[in-house]
Design a protein around this ligand. Structure first.
Ligand code: DGY
Length: 386
C-alpha cells in the first residue's frame, strides 16, 4: 500500500484533476490549468526524486493527467496506474524523455508530452559557459583565489586554451547543437566540424555567410565541414560538444577508444545525457591526460558522479542546470501543463513542436492545441494547423 504524499491544492472544486509531481517555476502554468476547470495538485513532499510508489499514491483513484520530471521512472507500472485512474495525459517537464517508456504509454493510450523549443538557447548558453570555463580554467582559478593562494601575477598562472581560430566539433547538430555551434563560431570565430545523420543546411549557410562577412572585413574567415563520421570530429576538433539524444545507439558513445582518439589538449562538453559518455573511462582519461578538460552538466548515475571525478581539477561539473534560466524553466512548466490540458480537453497536437512561441506569449491566450506530444502519431491524434 503506497504511503500518502503531501500536496498543495489549487482550485479544489475543479472538474479535472491534474497532478504535478514537483513544484515548478512561475504561476502561469497553474493559472492556465485553473482557468480551464482543473483542480491542480502539486506534490510538496520533501524528497528530490519521487519513487514509483510515491507517484502511484499521488495518482490515486481518479486522475486526468500528470506533469512529471525526468528523474522519474515512467514505465508500465505508472502508465497502468494512470490509465486505471482514468488519465490519458502525461508530460515530462523536459525535452528529453529517456525516462519514459513510450511503448508502455501507447499501450494504455496515454499521450506523452515534452517541452522542446523553449530550452534551446538556454542549454546552448550553458554548453558555451562550460566551454569557456574549461578552456580558461575558471573554476580552478576561482578556488585558488578563495583559498588565499594568489600572491601576484605570474607568466604561467592558469594558462589555458585560446578558442579563436580553433575548431569546434558538434556531435548532433539538431536545435541545441546548432545553437551552440553558432555561438562558438560567431562569438569566438571558431571553425566548425559537425557530425549528424541529417545535413544541417541552415547551420552551414550561417557559417558560410559569417565567413564571408569576416573576409569582407579583412579578417580570417571561419569554415565549416560536415564530417563523414563521429570519429572524424573527435580526431580533428579542439573543443567538442555532445548533443545526441540518449538511446541504445548513443549509450557510451564516447568510450575509452574514442577518448583516446581525441587531441591530448581537447575539451569535451556534455549537456545531453550522462550515459552518452562512459564516465569510468573518462575519469581514467582525465587522470592520464591532465591537459584534457571536460565540462559536464550531466552524469551517468545522477545524482552521483563516478569515483574520482570530483577530484579531477581538469573537470568542471555542474548539477544538470543547462535549462535553468527563469524564462526557460517557466516556459517548460507552461508547455508541460498545456500538453496535459490539451489532451484532457481533446485538442489536437501542435503541428510543429519546434515553434512553440505562441504558447509562451503571456499577453495572449495559448492556441487550443497540445504543444508537443511525442506519441501523437502512434495514438493517431489529430494535428492542428499552425
Ligand atoms: C531536458 O529538458 O531534457 C533537460 O535535460 C533538462 O532541462
Amino acid at each position: 500500500m503506497a504511503k500518502p504524499v503531501s500536496i498543495e491544492v489549487y482550485n479544489p472544486s475543479g472538474k479535472y484533476r491534474v497532478v504535478s509531481t514537483k513544484s515548478m517555476p512561475g504561476t502561469r502554468w497553474i493559472n492556465l490549468l485553473v482557468e480551464q476547470d482543473c483542480r491542480v495538485e502539486i506534490c510538496t513532499q520533501n524528497k528530490t526524486i519521487l519513487s514509483v510508489d510515491d507517484i502511484i499514491a499521488l495518482i490515486g483513484d481518479k486522475c486526468d493527467g500528470v506533469i512529471g520530471q525526468l528523474t522519474e521512472d515512467w514505465g508500465e507500472t505508472l502508465f497502468s496506474a494512470l490509465s486505471k485512474a482514468g488519465g490519458k495525459a502525461f508530460s515530462n517537464m523536459a525535452v528529453g524523455y529517456n525516462n519514459v517508456d513510450v511503448n508502455a504509454a501507447n499501450k494504455y493510450g496515454v499521450a506523452v508530452g515534452n517541452t522542446p523549443g523553449v530550452l534551446t538557447e538556454t542549454t546552448a548558453e550553458l554548453a558555451a559557459s562550460l566551454s569557456l570555463a574549461a578552456a580558461r580554467r575558471i573554476v580552478e582559478a576561482d578556488e585558488f583565489m578563495r583559498a588565499g593562494l594568489y600572491e601576484g601575477w605570474l607568466p604561467h598562472l592558469f594558462v589555458g586554451n585560446l578558442l579563436k581560430g580553433q575548431t569546434v566539433g558538434v556531435i548532433g547538430a539538431g536545435r541545441i547543437g546548432s545553437a551552440y555551434a553558432r555561438m562558438m563560431v560567431e562569438g569566438f570565430k571558431m571553425n566548425l566540424i559537425y557530425f549528424d545523420l541529417y545535413q544541417s543546411t541552415r547551420l552551414e549557410k550561417f557559417v558560410t555567410a559569417y565567413g564571408e562577412f569576416l573576409k569582407a572585413n579583412g579578417e580570417q574567415p571561419v569554415t565549416w565541414k560536415r564530417a563523414a563520421s563521429m570519429d572524424e570530429v573527435l580526431q580533428q576538433a579542439d573543443l567538442i560538444s555532445l548533443h545526441p539524444i540518449l538511446d541504445k545507439t548513443t549509450y557510451h558513445l564516447v568510450n575509452k577508444e574514442r577518448l583516446s582518439m581525441m587531441k591530448k589538449e581537447a575539451i569535451l562538453i556534455n549537456c545531453s545525457r550522462g550515459a552518452v559518455i562512459d564516465e569510468v573511462a573518462l575519469v581514467e582519461h582525465l587522470k592520464a591526460n591532465p591537459m584534457f578538460r571536460v565540462g559536464l552538466d550531466v552524469f551517468e548515475d545522477e545524482p552521483f558522479m563516478k569515483p574520482g571525478l570530483a577530484d579531477m581539477k581538469n573537470a568542471v561539473v555542474v548539477p544538470h542546470i543547462a535549462s535553468a534560466s527563469k524564462w526557460t524553466r517557466e516556459g517548460m512548466a507552461t508547455l508541460a501543463a498545456l500538453n496535459v490540458l490539451g489532451k484532457i480537453k481533446g485538442y489536437p497536437a501542435w503541428a510543429d513542436p519546434n515553434r512553440v512561441e505562441p504558447f509562451l506569449n503571456e499577453n495572449a491566450p495559448p492556441p487550443a492545441a497540445c504543444p508537443s506530444i511525442v506519441n501523437a502519431k502512434a495514438l493517431s491524434l489529430p494535428v492542428s494547423k499552425l
